[in-house]
Design a protein around this ligand. Structure first.
Ligand code: SAM
Length: 230
């Protein structure tokens, strides 16, 4: 009975996925000296809190923000459970961080093609993805504005999922940062619930708004983790 109740409850905070884990691993590798870090689009804090746990002695301050109040509340609970002292703010994009600067920004704000997001198991009316048809709207805005929130030589780490227009994002990153480097990439099977939208997915792919491959009947999409240096 209790089990069913939990199962039927709509998920209200983004559930960290394989891409989140990839971002954690690459960010841990990059942090070498004492830094101020921002986890932007933190959700329940999965990325930042796991990085903080592994690099405790290298963190001057760790800040978190998300548009969703439910997410930032969950992040605060998780930080407390882990015994980590963090700064958590609620708000859209960089709004909560006026006049602040960081050495590292780890951003993972919703960035997949909007229709795909709402067909997928990852998003719903509580977890928004106002990223546009090609998924680039929010991440490109972050890349353009991010420089202002980075110290000299500061780094922004961002994942790109191939369910968005990857080339358009890279173009904006290259225009705004000194260097842009691919840290890692992996392919994953598309969640089964998306197969019933294959016709629509094909149309988006034809328009070059998203990219995926089909091998032996399995649809594979990819995640990439990039770092850009100011
Ligand atoms: C892909 S999830 C990543 C969550 C978390 N970092 C993780 O990996 O589990 C995207 C997050 O971006 C947040 N988001 C969406 N639009 C936003 C905006 N305009 N400003 C800040 N956060 C936003 C969502 O609420 C969601 O928590």
């Amino acid at each position: 009975m209790e089990k069913n109740k939990v199962k039927n409850k709509a998920i209200k905070v983004f559930t960290p996925n394989a891409t989140s884990q990839l971002v954690v691993e690459e960010t841990i590798r990059l942090i070498k000296k004492k830094v101020d870090v921002l986890d932007l689009g933190c959700g329940d804090g999965y990325i930042g809190l796991n990085v903080f746990k592994k690099r405790r002695n290298k963190i001057k301050s760790f800040s978190f923000s998300d548009l969703s109040q439910k997410a930032t509340r969950k992040c605060a609970i998780n930080a407390k459970k882990a015994g980590l002292k963090v700064i958590i703010k609620n708000g859209s994009m960089f709004d909560p961080w006026k006049n602040k600067k960081f050495d590292f920004i780890v951003e993972s704000v919703s960035a997949i093609s909007e229709p795909v997001a709402y067909w997928s198991p990852w998003y719903n009316k509580h977890i928004t993805c106002k990223a546009g048809q090609d998924g680039t709207k929010l991440v490109n805005d972050i890349l353009k504005k991010g420089k202002k929130f980075l110290n000299k030589g500061g780094k922004i780490i961002f994942p790109i999922v191939s369910l968005s227009n990857k080339d358009k994002i890279i173009k904006v990153a290259k225009k705004n940062y000194q260097t842009v480097k691919l840290l890692s990439s992996k392919s994953w099977p598309l969640p089964k619930v998306l197969y019933k939208y294959e016709k629509q997915l094909k149309k988006l792919k034809k328009k070059k708004l998203i990219e995926y491959k089909k091998k032996f009947g399995i649809i594979l999409y990819s995640s990439y983790v990039f770092v850009a240096v100011k």
